[in-house]
Design a protein around this ligand. Structure first.
Ligand SMILES: *Cc1c(COP(=O)(O)O)cnc(C)c1O
Length: 412
C-alpha cells in the first residue's frame, strides 16, 4: 500500500513538468504525475510515490504493467528478430494470423500499428469493398458514423468527428461520412442509402463518456446492415479484448461484425499493435500495393500480440473483468447523490457521471491523484474508471474507499 500524501509535487516531478512544458507540443494536458516504474496495477513516480493505475492507458494496459510472460516474449523476440518489413516474410507473422483469426472468428487479418491507422484501414476496406463488390459508383461511397464518436485523430477521422475542438483548424476535411445519433437504430435505417458501404460504431463509446447504448441496439444495427448490404464495422479498440467482461463488447449481444478493428491492449501494453479483421470476401479487395505499413505485422508485434491473446484466454481475463466490474459498479452506484448522477459501464469500463454541482471531472481526478489513484476525465463531466483486468480485488476495494471518501467530500 502506498504512503502517499502529495499535496505538492515532489522536487523531481516539478523539474520534469517544467521541462516538458517548455520543450513539448502542448497537445495534451496530463495530470501532474511523472511515472518512472510500474508493475501490475501499481505505478511509482520519480519522487517514489505510489499510485494505483485506474486508467491503464485508456485500456491499452489490460494485462497490467510489465506482465512477466509478455515481457519475456518481448525481450526474447527483440533479441532474435524485430523487423523485416513486409518485403519479406517473418516466422512470427503466420502464427500470429492463425491465433488472431481463430480468436476473433474471422477469415483474414490486416495488421497495422496504432488504432487510428486501423480505423483508416477499415475505412479504405469498406470503400474498396463498396466499389469492387457492392457496385457503388466511383467516388460515391458513404460511411455512417455516430454522434459522440471517437475513432482517432487523423485528418480523415476528425472529418467525421462532431467534437468542434478535434476539427478546429484542421480542414479541409475528407467527405463521404454521415453522422447519426448514437444508440438510435431507427436513425441508422433512415440514413442508409444505396451508396452506403459501412456503419462504423463503437459498441460502447469510450471517449464519448462511457456511453452504453440501449440493449438490442447492436443486434438491430447488425440486422439492418445485413439487410441493406452495409458493412457493420465495430471499433473495439477500447472495448475489445476482455475489457467489458466479454471477449468483445459485441459479444454481449451475440453480434459478429463484418469488419473488426482492434488496437490498444493487442500490444500487451508494450508496443503499438492494431489490426483489422474481416471475411475473405471483404479482405479479398486488397491486392499488393493497395495498402501497407513498414512496421505493420513486424515480428516483435506479432509475437507480443499472440502472447497477449494467449494470456487473455488462458487466464480468463474477460470473466475476471465481468466479475470484478459488476461488483465495483454496484458499489459505485451507491455513491449516487450530490456529486454523482450515475455510474455506468460494462465489465471494467466504467464511467462516473457527475452532477452539475460537482463541477468538472478533471478537478476530482486531480484530487484522487493526491489520494494515490490515477484516473482521468473523459468528457467534461465523466470520470473514467478502467483499471488493468489483472487488478486484485483488494486493490479495487482500496480504490473504492478513496473514490467514495473524495466524492462524498467537498468539491475540489
Ligand atoms: C484509442 C482509440 C482509437 C485510436 O487509437 P490510437 O492508438 O490512439 O490511434 C480509436 N478508436 C477508439 C474507440 C479508441 O478508444
Amino acid at each position: 500500500m502506498p504512503a502517499t500524501d502529495p499535496k505538492t509535487h515532489g522536487p523531481k516531478t516539478q523539474s520534469h513538468l517544467d521541462l516538458s512544458d517548455r520543450l513539448s507540443a502542448h497537445n495534451y494536458s496530463p495530470l501532474p504525475v511523472v511515472v518512472a516504474n510500474a508493475s501490475g496495477a501499481w505505478v511509482e513516480d520519480v519522487d517514489g510515490r505510489r499510485y494505483l493505475d485506474m486508467l491503464s492507458a485508456y485500456s491499452a494496459l489490460n494485462f497490467g504493467h510489465g506482465h512477466p510472460e509478455i515481457v519475456d516474449t518481448f525481450v526474447e523476440q527483440a533479441r532474435k528478430l524485430s523487423l523485416t518489413s513486409r518485403a519479406f516474410h517473418n516466422d512470427q507473422f503466420a502464427p500470429f494470423c492463425e491465433t488472431i483469426t481463430r480468436f476473433c472468428g474471422m477469415d483474414r487479418v490486416l495488421p497495422m500499428n496504432t488504432g487510428a491507422e486501423a480505423v483508416e484501414t477499415a475505412i479504405k476496406t469498406a470503400r474498396k469493398w463498396g466499389y469492387k463488390v457492392k457496385g457503388v459508383a466511383d467516388g460515391q461511397a458513404e460511411i455512417i458514423v455516430c454522434e459522440g464518436n471517437f475513432h482517432g485523430r487523423t485528418v480523415t477521422i476528425v472529418s467525421f468527428s462532431d467534437d468542434a475542438q478535434y476539427r478546429d483548424g484542421f480542414g479541409p476535411f475528407t467527405p463521404g461520412f454521415k453522422i447519426i445519433p448514437y444508440g438510435d437504430a431507427a436513425a441508422l435505417e433512415q440514413a442508409i442509402t444505396p451508396n452506403t458501404v459501412g456503419f462504423l460504431v463503437e459498441p460502447i463509446q469510450g471517449e464519448g463518456g462511457i456511453v452504453v447504448p440501449p440493449d438490442g441496439y447492436l443486434k438491430t444495427c447488425r440486422e439492418l446492415c445485413t439487410k441493406n448490404r452495409v458493412l457493420f464495422m465495430a471499433d473495439e479498440i477500447q472495448t475489445g479484448l476482455g475489457r467489458t467482461g466479454r471477449r468483445f463488447a459485441c459479444d454481449h449481444e451475440g453480434v459478429q461484425p463484418d469488419v473488426l478493428i482492434l488496437g490498444k491492449a493487442l500490444g500487451g501494453g508494450l508496443m503499438p499493435v492494431s489490426a483489422v479483421l474481416a471475411s475473405d470476401e471483404i479482405m479479398g479487395v486488397f491486392h499488393p500495393g493497395d495498402h501497407g505499413s513498414t512496421f505493420g505485422g513486424n515480428p516483435l508485434a506479432c509475437a507480443v500480440a499472440r502472447k497477449s491473446l494467449e494470456v487473455l484466454e488462458r487466464d480468463r481475463l474477460a470473466e475476471r473483468a465481468d466479475r470484478l466490474g459488476q461488483r465495483f459498479l454496484d458499489k459505485l452506484r451507491g455513491l449516487t447523490g450530490r456529486h454523482v448522477s450515475e455510474a455506468r459501464g460494462k465489465g471494467l469500463l466504467i464511467g462516473i457521471a457527475l452532477t452539475p454541482e460537482a463541477g468538472p471531472a478533471k478537478a476530482w481526478c486531480k484530487q484522487l491523484l493526491h489520494e494515490g489513484m490515477l484516473c482521468k476525465d473523459t468528457v467534461e463531466s465523466v470520470m473514467r474508471i478502467a483499471p488493468p483486468l489483472v487488478i486484485e480485488e483488494m486493490d479495487l476495494d482500496w480504490a473504492f474507499e478513496r473514490i467514495a471518501r473524495t466524492l462524498r467530500g467537498e468539491r475540489p
